[in-house]
Design a protein around this ligand. Structure first.
Ligand code: OAD
Ligand code: ZN
Length: 240
């Protein structure tokens, strides 16, 4: 069966690389974007992708903050899933060379993984769009909870967390491509693979490619004939 086949691939691999997406954290209690209960279906706004669109943020940052407040509150409640620990363990055993994540929930790091590349940034730092002043997590969290849109105490400019929005360049792309090229086993876990450039990274792997994700991949950028195994199953059930 698929899990036995995958276990065998892991045994043979020396340099495993993971690309994770929102689906790896749904069992922790954070909704994904495009899944059946995803934010883009439940948000109740037209063109929900504009919530994370940088041009829209410049015009009306309050839409993003409406959802970000809830995300930050949820972040305080959640714990890493079995699968976050599973990949941290592979790193500890010296079999995993890196985790590329599109997530901003830091659950990979909280599970103990060290080589994590947050290609879409994270919430730990924020900065003022006007004067560039930096705010640490505690400061930005407090302001975000107190104001509709948090503002800079020096100049009054709008504060933005160091998350990559649509229309902004991703982080660590060269390093991520290097990791994929070096890997002999590449996992895609919990991503619909429709957002570029992240979706273009798996094909850089010259070895085995495995997808563990529910849903269809008819619109992905990854040529499916390059994929060696697709597990259309619950992520934690599969890795358990
Ligand atoms: P998506 O929401 O697009 O994809 C998550 C995938 O995980 C979907 O295909 C789900 O069906 C699947 N899934 C969810 N829970 C699962 C489970 N327990 N078991 C198996 N499969 C499960 O999330 P991403 O691909 O991460 O970027 O989205 C990419 C980017 O789009 C995000 O980083 C974010 C978003 O807009 C920005 O905002 C810039
Ligand atoms: Zn400022």
């Amino acid at each position: 069966d698929l899990t036995a086949k995958c276990a065998d691939m892991i045994k043979k691999a020396q340099k495993i690389c993971l690309l994770s997406g929102a689906g790896i954290s749904t069992n922790a209690g954070i909704p994904d974007f495009r899944g059946p209960k995803g934010l883009y279906r439940t948000a109740g706004v037209d063109n929900p992708e504009r919530i994370f669109d940088i041009s829209y943020f410049y015009r009306d940052p309050s839409l993003f903050y409406k959802f970000h407040k809830e995300f930050l509150k949820a972040l305080q409640q959640i714990k890493p899933t079995f699968s976050h620990y599973f990949f941290a363990k592979l790193e500890e055993k010296g079999k995993l060379i890196g985790i590329i994540t599109q997530n901003i929930d830091s659950l990979h790091q909280r599970a103990g993984a060290k080589k994590v590349y947050e290609i879409h940034g994270g919430v730990w730092e924020s900065y003022c769009l006007k004067c560039g002043k930096k705010f640490n997590y505690e400061e930005s969290f407090k302001k975000t909870m107190e104001e509709e849109t948090p503002h800079c105490d020096s100049c009054g400019g709008v504060i933005k967390p160091d998350i990559v929005f649509f229309g902004e360049p991703v982080k660590y792309l060269d390093k991520c491509i290097e990791l994929a090229r070096e890997s002999d086993l590449f996992f895609v876990v919990g991503s619909s693979l429709v957002v570029t450039p992240a979706a273009l990274i798996p094909a850089e792997c010259k070895g085995t490619i495995v997808i563990v994700n529910k849903g269809d991949f008819s619109t992905t950028y990854l040529p499916m004939d390059r994929v060696d195994l697709v597990a259309d199953e619950d992520i934690d059930a599969f890795f358990k």
